[in-house]
Design a binder for this molecule. Sequence first.
Ligand SMILES: Nc1nc2c(ncn2[C@@H]2O[C@H](COP(=O)(O)OP(=O)(O)OP(=O)(O)O)[C@@H](O)[C@H]2O)c(=O)[nH]1
Ligand SMILES: [Mg+2]
Ligand SMILES: [Zn+2]
Length: 357
Amino acid sequence: MIDKYGWTDLLAREFTPHASEGHIPGRIVVQHRDSYLVATDNGELRGKISGRLLHEAGEAGYPAVGDWVALALNKSVSTATIHAVLPRRTAFVRRGAIDSSHGLQVIAANIDVAFVVTSLNADLNARRIERYLAAAWQSGARPVVVLTKSDLSDDPTGEVAEMAALAPDCPVVAVSARQGMGLDAMLAQLGPGETGVLIGSSGVGKSTLVNALLGEERMATQSIRDSDDHGRHTTSHRQLILLPSGGMILDTPGIREVGLVNADEGVSVVFDDIEKLIQACRFNDCGHGHEPGCAVAAALQSGALDRARWDHFQKLAIEMAATEAKAVQVAKNDERRRFVALQKGYRAAKRDHRGSR
Ligand SMILES: Nc1nc2c(ncn2[C@@H]2O[C@H](COP(=O)(O)OP(=O)(O)OP(=O)(O)O)[C@@H](O)[C@H]2O)c(=O)[nH]1
Ligand SMILES: [Mg+2]
Ligand SMILES: [Zn+2]
């Protein structure tokens, strides 16, 4: 059963110490206020965090949807206690939820593909999409842009081209859940055993898309009457859903682009172990190639550090540097605009002043 949720040999190896304590593995599929729904080989169980984990859960330490956890079965049927969270490969991290005493909160873990969803019946908001894309990159997931409601666009091909120019490094697909168009192209981006998340504003059609991919009306969607009410969220919680195609998809109430943390902060939560290794290298400017005393090379050699994870971290570091450079440029442009506006205002004020004399 957990194979369907993406259980791998690597995870099984990481789980060994927990197995020896008699715990079983599971993946969190829904997060409720004070409990979780966890998929296990014993079916779906209601899981609560152990007192110790609750106590130890430091910064971003609470389990999130998508996390792999170690559980102890309780005597009462279908409940279990969550004792540990396995290392995350990727994570969407958000700043400052009210209920977390620490600054950061993981909102989705172990996501392979971030579908950045926006609808073709509204004006494309380039800035918003860029922020979503940056958040996707920093989470460690591969972003894919999904343009929904293509049936409502006069020129879907043109809009796809426009978007592709904006996001040169990531695939762009146009879909219509209503007409069943583009669904295969979208699914082609999500390999078997992989997990995707839908991020985008309320009303862009995320849940409708999930239903179309499922081939059944399982998720509640906005009624036509409400469809212009962007303030209202129809989906109320994050839920991980198995697709008939073999992948999984996480429907969300619209992860907002604001509040997602900066690249460097997010990475330090996700790649905590790698950062520790880097600190342990003998030389401060270690290139992690053939330098003597390189802790990264040693960990790769011994298998303590997964090669794919290291490759991913390196790619992300490059991507982040690029995103940051861009952010700096955007800030500079803003500064220039502000300066021009100030000057204009100043000239206008002078003119008015002269005029009033
Ligand atoms: N014409 C058209 N309408 C669509 C399509 N997909 C979704 N809609 C409509 O868009 C509205 C919003 O859809 P939802 O799936 O509820 O949107 P959502 O993104 O899940 O919204 P939240 O759960 O609030 O975040 C509904 O009225 C849908 O019928 C589509 O492909 N074509
Ligand atoms: Mg929804
Ligand atoms: Zn090194």
